[in-house]
Write a protein that binds this ligand. Structure first.
Ligand SMILES: [Zn+2]
Length: 305
């Protein structure tokens, strides 16, 4: 392991360049480099990664074993994930008739394949990695790179989903604007992204919170901030909710053990593949949400006006 080059980037949302570093963390999830990464609380209300990696290092900070590129296609976890996606889709779109759907940042295409299986005619997936394009195309999903959104006609989509993606973008508002132009009037936009608000955030805020996910997460948005961005871009928010964040819980616990120097702990035990641990932290989050507490994961559904 060694260091990567970084660039101190101003806030893409407000232009602010304050580099008061309130959080110092590392790549505890994948250990792709030794750098320390800093987040600043920008005056516009987001947490911003101050020292951002360069495009040329994307292949390194998103290694081949990156979770979004390791699909769960079989076994009980695959079934649970499939049900989870089906429920999300039904909750978000209600009784709308859907003919076209884009999953922005489709990764291995788990959501896109569920959408296809529900009978949606035109399903698109875009990502900055082409790793799964061939497999997805053979299953009827049209794939293209994330910077090729112009291939779609304006006002052509019924739904765009963007799950755990907006926090990875260098310029989130630009992408939200581009997505808006591709949605039909009244088209639905579903976003899920980490939220700096749950118990795991409070435990790990200064260093070990799994939601930092440095250096891959560039921006962390509060619910209020995300609503503001969507409204500024011409969306009307129709629902907001906190949802369980098993991944962030597990990564928070794992990072804590690494920082405490307990390296002998088997990292496999602290992974999203550990169905028992996922169940425990998911139930904990459901209980807290039922008590009216926020979690560290949020979903917002908006429609294009
Ligand atoms: Zn800002």
């Amino acid at each position: 392991m060694s260091f990567i080059s970084t660039i101190d980037a101003p806030c893409a949302l407000c232009g602010g360049s304050s580099s008061i570093k309130t959080i110092a963390t590392k790549d505890f999830s994948y250990g792709t480099c030794e750098n320390e990464f800093f987040y600043s609380e920008c005056e516009c209300g987001v947490y911003r990664l101050v020292n951002q990696p360069l495009d040329e290092d994307m292949g390194r900070i998103y290694p081949e074993n990156y979770s979004a590129y390791r699909p769960t296609r079989f076994g009980p976890m695959a079934q649970i994930r499939k049900w989870n996606f089906q429920t999300k889709i039904k909750d978000a779109i209600g009784n709308r008739k859907i003919d076209s759907w884009l999953d922005f940042g489709c990764g291995a295409g788990e959501l896109a394949l569920v959408v296809k299986s529900l009978g949606v005619e035109k399903v698109f997936g875009c990502d900055f990695s082409e790793m799964f394009f061939e497999e997805l195309r053979s299953n009827g999903v049209e794939c293209f790179l994330s910077n090729e959104l112009s291939r779609l006609d304006d006002k052509s989509l019924d739904v765009v989903s963007m799950l755990q993606v907006i926090e990875h973008l260098r310029d989130p508002r630009r992408e939200v604007d581009a997505i808006k132009s591709k949605l039909k009037i009244g088209g639905v936009f579903i976003i899920e992204t980490p939220s700096p608000s749950g118990l795991d955030f409070k435990i790990g805020r200064n260093k070990t919170w799994g939601g930092w996910h440095a250096p891959r997460h560039f921006y962390i948005f509060s619910q209020i901030k995300l609503i503001q961005i969507l409204e500024e871009c011409g969306f009307r928010v129709i629902s907001t909710k906190y949802i369980p964040s098993p991944y962030m819980w597990i990564e928070t616990l794992k990072a804590r053990l690494i920082v405490d120097g307990r390296k002998r702990i088997k990292s496999k035990r602290f992974s999203i593949g550990n169905i028992y641990l996922v169940a425990v932290v998911t139930l904990l989050d459901y209980a807290l949400i039922a008590l009216g507490k926020p979690s560290s994961n949020q979903q917002i559904v908006a429609v294009r006006e």
